[in-house]
Ligand binder design. Structure first.
Ligand code: HEM
Length: 408
């Protein structure tokens, strides 16, 4: 394919660190929407094959997502590429996470976990989060300038998860450090000890569960570890520990990066910032999340020979659902490359393609993005950039480590 660089692999962390490959994805959507990526040996450490199918059209991504009968998450997990040196055993350890379960196990576990994510549970967090967001931006403003990621974007997701899980607020920095270490094994800034971080977080979760067993409270941890009337039972100690890990990672990096990319998008589109400050359209939230698409790609593995977008995928082959591409698909989004906070409808795939694994925290994430940008517009409407975003080196997270800004 002439327009693609030789050996192009859309999961290459060095390429991704420079920015999402929108041009290459556009070319793929046009000429080879389901395209075989043959990977170098080091790029596929932990997997037993030689590459994967890159699925780049919105409709095909949604079709794969919704097809749990033909596509598994437990065969190879959802993460399409790990840091070099990953072993098969380490990949298989990730099978303990909810997202890497197939039905019927997945259905049972998700049923239990849904108790924590009812509309009521989420709306009960609102007032506390509004207050906290105000505090965060006022503190940042008092500093005059600083790193938006550290001062503003990372805080609310941590508070939300800590609140949701009954983690004392003074421990939330621990969550922040653990989740950074577990996910950022490919970026030298965060060290290379994901296993140590995972072990520490499991220990922490175990102690929290023991405490609730001794002294039950009216909180989600208690609900998850005690038998319930809805027929789904309770989480075992291990299941609870791995759920805790999933939440710490899934709820943190994603929401933090949505807020950071959203702020950067507003800097680059000042007309949209003016519009937000004046009219506060509720369509802003989903446009920020589409623009950010913090999870660029997750994968599935075919359980049998199956057709995707006219291409025959063989049993056992991996299929990457490139949400970052689907969210710029010109067949679905008018002016897909425009950041337009009034966009409606906005059927983006940033939370997945509406299949069995659709993000359980989507409404909590939306709530936080809404609250944060309201607080920023209220308290520091003249916020301005002081440099470029410093991007995370990562195979599947669209992340920003630092964004220097002036707060007033
Ligand atoms: C903007 C923020 C977020 C984005 C972009 C995001 C994205 C995603 C995506 C793409 C999936 C997989 C969908 C699939 O495979 O079909 C997912 C699953 C999940 N997310 Fe999120 N997420 C966000 C925030 C959150 C939050 C705040 C939480 C919890 C506090 C959360 C918890 C989960 C969990 C537990 C799953 C696994 C669900 C399952 O396997 O059944 N996420 N998320």
């Amino acid at each position: 394919m002439a327009a693609l660089p030789e050996g192009f692999d859309p999961t290459d962390p060095d390429v991704r660190q420079r920015g999402i490959q929108l041009q290459e994805f556009a070319e793929l959507r046009k000429t080879a929407p389901v395209w075989w990526v043959e990977q170098t040996e080091r790029a596929r450490d932990g997997f037993l094959d030689t590459g994967f199918w890159a699925v780049t059209k919105h409709a095909d991504i949604a079709a794969v997502s919704k097809n749990s009968a033909d596509f598994s998450t437990s065969e190879n997990g959802v993460i399409i590429r790990f840091q070099e040196g990953m072993t098969r055993e380490q990949v298989m350890l990730n099978n303990a996470l909810l997202i890497n379960h197939d039905p019927p196990d997945h259905t049972k576990l998700r049923g239990i976990i849904s108790r924590g994510f009812t509309p009521r549970a989420i709306s009960e967090l609102r007032d506390g989060l509004v207050e906290k967001a105000k505090e965060i931006v006022e503190e940042a403003k008092a500093k005059g300038s600083g790193d938006f990621v550290e001062d503003v974007a990372c805080e609310l997701p941590l508070v939300a998860i800590a609140d949701l899980m009954g983690v004392p607020q003074e421990d939330r920095k621990k969550l922040f450090n653990w989740s950074n270490q577990m996910l950022a094994g490919e970026d030298p800034e965060y060290g290379d000890s994901p296993d140590v971080a995972a072990a520490e977080i499991l220990g922490y979760a175990g102690a929290l569960a023991d405490e609730r067993k001794r002294e039950p409270k009216d909180d989600i941890v208690t609900k998850l570890i005690t038998a319930n009337v809805d027929g789904y039972g309770e989480l075992s100690d291990d299941e609870f520990g791995f759920f805790f890990i999933l939440l710490a990672v899934a709820g943190n990096e994603t929401t933090r990066n949505s807020i950071t990319h959203g702020m950067h998008a507003f800097f680059e589109h000042p007309d949209q910032w003016e519009l937000w400050k004046k009219e506060r359209p509720d369509t802003m939230v989903d446009e920020v999340i589409r623009w950010a698409t913090p999870v660029s790609v997750f994968q599935r593995t075919a359980l049998r020979d199956v057709e995707v977008g006219g291409v025959e995928v063989k049993k056992g082959q991996r299929v990457g659902m490139f949400y970052a591409s689907g969210n710029h698909d010109e067949d679905v989004f008018e002016n897909a490359h425009k950041f337009d906070i009034s966009r409606s409808p906005n059927p983006h795939l940033a939370f997945g393609g509406h299949g069995a694994h659709y993000c359980i925290g989507a409404n909590l994430a939306r709530l936080q993005v809404d609250i944060m940008f309201n607080a920023i517009a209220d308290v520091m409407p003249d916020i301005a950039p002081m440099g470029d975003p410093d991007r995370l080196r990562h195979s599947w997270i669209n992340g920003v480590k630092h964004l220097p800004v002036r707060y007033n």
